[in-house]
Design a protein around this ligand. Structure first.
Ligand code: ECB
Length: 134
């Protein structure tokens, strides 16, 4: 059975989100609001087709993609930079490379026990988020 990320997930920890936001050039006022958010992720997975909706009291972000098919990502409401994104499987990890103005940009999702993990990367910064099922 392939790994299934489907479900509703609540953020429980968020290590170095500040550093990640600084690397993305997010302004101080926005970072101050964003760093206290407890976003929820709703993931719908049908094989290699994904719908990942990250919601919060401040902003929402919807991403839809198929593994192995490159797409244009607009990062609207985040840093608003466009990039070319490609998500692939690395064993049971879902790995996204976001090619654009920012070096070493991307993220990785995986399941560990009952937890959903997300590593967000930009330049030399790594943010580690952990989610639990709602
Ligand atoms: C959408 C909730 C967070 C809103 C934060 C608002 C302002 C901060 C601006 C930029 C910070 C960059 C990213 C925010 C962190 C999480 C949002 C989604 C990260 C992401 O790309 O998740 C992937 C993998 O689950 C799916 O889009």
């Amino acid at each position: 059975m392939p790994v299934d990320f489907s479900g509703t997930w609540n953020l429980v920890s968020n290590d170095n989100f500040e550093g990640y936001m600084v690397a993305l050039g997010i302004d101080f006022a926005t970072r101050k609001i964003a760093k206290v958010l407890k976003p929820q992720k709703v993931i719908k997975q049908d094989g290699d087709s994904f719908h990942i909706h990250t919601t919060s009291t401040f902003r929402d972000y919807l991403l839809e993609f198929k593994v192995g098919q490159e797409f244009e990502e607009d990062n609207k409401g985040l840093d608003n930079r466009k990039c070319k994104s490609l998500v692939t499987w690395e064993n049971d990890k879902l790995v996204c490379v976001q090619t654009g103005e920012k070096k070493n940009r991307g993220w990785t999702h995986w399941l560990e026990g009952d937890d959903l993990h997300l590593e967000l990367r930009c330049e030399n910064q790594v943010c580690r988020q952990v989610f639990k099922r709602a």
